[in-house]
Design a protein around this ligand. Structure first.
Ligand code: G3P
Length: 218
């Protein structure tokens, strides 16, 4: 499973990219708005930092408008992926971009039938939002499992990008049910790496090393 960072913040991207674990980045209009800078500049800088796929979302709601924005965004860098909403207009734009060889991420997916439509439209990625389903007492990970099963059985090449992941457990569960990609905020990367036994074990090893070195000098 590939790991993407869900943010538009360059400092977060640079930090997590430095760990050597990052395959790409996803952004959305909400995340971009937090940066208070021109969207094209944000995407350009992220693409300079990260070699993998970087999703940039259109905000037009009609197909022609989406395609105009997509053309501008795709011109920023070779690794830009055009993020489109799971609407009839978004599916139509997805099909046209796919036919032109432009990578796409169909977002705001909340059901298996929607995911099938994204695959039929030739999407590179479809993004089911696990956390937002959990928020309304549905089972987000069950949806990711269902979509992954359908895509495997049917041979769809669209990758399942598990989004709206809120915890390390979500990431492990998404991996276990066959998601191709998980996108998560920097906070969850930090939660994933931490374990109290790792900290305690390292402290003990370093203390024992000091004792060992002192014994050699004695
Ligand atoms: O980028 C899409 C998705 O990951 C957003 O997550 O936490 O706002 O539901 P969240």
């Amino acid at each position: 499973m590939k790991l993407f960072l869900d943010t538009a913040n360059l400092a977060e991207i640079t930090e997590i990219n430095g760990w050597g674990v990052l395959d790409g980045v996803t952004t959305n209009p909400t995340l971009a708005g937090k940066e208070k800078r021109a969207f094209a500049d944000i995407i350009r800088e992220i693409c300079d930092e990260v070699g993998g796929d970087v999703s940039a979302e259109v905000v037009a709601t009609d197909t022609d408008g989406m395609l105009r924005e997509a053309t501008e965004l795709a011109a920023i860098a070779d690794n830009v992926v055009i993020k489109l909403p799971l609407t009839p207009a978004g599916l139509s734009a997805c099909r046209q971009l796919t036919d032109r060889g432009v990578k796409t991420n169909v977002t705001l997916c909340f059901s298996a039938p929607q995911a099938i439509l994204a695959a039929q439209a030739g999407a590179t990625y479809v993004s089911p939002f696990a956390g937002r389903l959990d928020d309304i007492a549905n089972d987000g990970i069950a949806l990711i499992a269902e979509i992954a099963d359908i895509f495997r059985i049917q041979g769809y090449r669209t990758e399942v990008l598990a989004a709206s992941l809120r915890s390390p457990q979500h990431v492990a569960q998404a991996a276990a049910v066959g998601a191709n990609v998980a996108t998560l905020p920097a906070k969850v990367f930090h939660q994933m790496v931490k374990h109290p036994l790792t900290d305690a074990g390292l402290e003990r090893f370093l203390a024992d090393w000091e004792v060992y070195q002192a014994s050699l000098e004695a």
